[in-house]
Design a protein around this ligand. Sequence first.
Ligand code: FES
Length: 333
Amino acid sequence: MSNQIERFEDPGLPAHVHRNADLDPLAAKRAERQVAILFLLSAAGTVLTIVSYIYVKSDKYVYLPIMGSTNLQQILLGLGLTASTLFIGLGAIQWAKKLMPDQEEIAERHEFRSEEVDRNDLVATFKERSESTGLGRRSLIKRSLGLSLGLVGLSPLLLLRDTGPLPKKFFTTTDWAAGTRLLLDPAGTPIKASDLEVGAVAQVLPELPAGTERTLENTGKDAVLLIRLRPEDFNLDAQRLSWTHEGIIAFSKICTHMGCAVALYEQQTHHLLCPCHQSTFDVTRAAKVIFGPAARPLPQLAITVDADGYLVAVQPFTVPIGPSFWERNSSNG
Ligand code: FES
């Protein structure tokens, strides 16, 4: 195959097509009126905005179909602002399309490189100025300037401190332990496998030792989602499959991206979705990330049943829950 670039003729511009308004003065007048009407509608929108802001009481409500009880001032402000921006835009589009000159123009490209004489001038000026500053001779200034410029780049690193304290053990400790019962949230009752139908989702918290108070912080860290699938829907390795019970699988509810609550379960696709930035986790594959910014699967909690048939944790989470952090050991999941 030849590597010669095939040349072709410049096809030039297609023949200019005249618009109605270019040929017919009546059509031009009509277009002018249309544009003017659109601009006037925009002006009316602005007047409506100002009038409703000044004269309509902010606590007045009206009943509107579909929307129900609605704040009158807000709705009028919304309509006014929409009209004022929408119609001014539509007017400008009409004006450009129908009346503004639309003759094609060819702008020749000019050489980007400056003239040789200008380039030489610049180099000469630069040399002359740097000599006049004495930078070449004054090595003390040169070195101290180098040092200060080098250090100034370091100061933004201090801002990293504002990203907050390091989480230390925050994400590695939860109240889940071997034998901890799963309690339905918010009922606080233990749960049996038979309480969950296939396709059902439930949020559970660990049963705390007597006398231990449930805090807001612990509730957030401990929250676990239980999902029941048909056992044949799972695509798990032997270990992860052994962490499920009769098709019930348990994951930390805290998104591994930035810690939002993963709250949306799509029953048909078996996908869990985080509403914050749309990270999507595949429940059948141990919450593997299939979309979005999360970098790790949701940690899976191994579950089984106790002697009374209630669901319990087999062990604590084996990996830290929640978002990634600096001291996190990436080898542990
Ligand atoms: S916090 Fe869940 S996707 Fe960002």
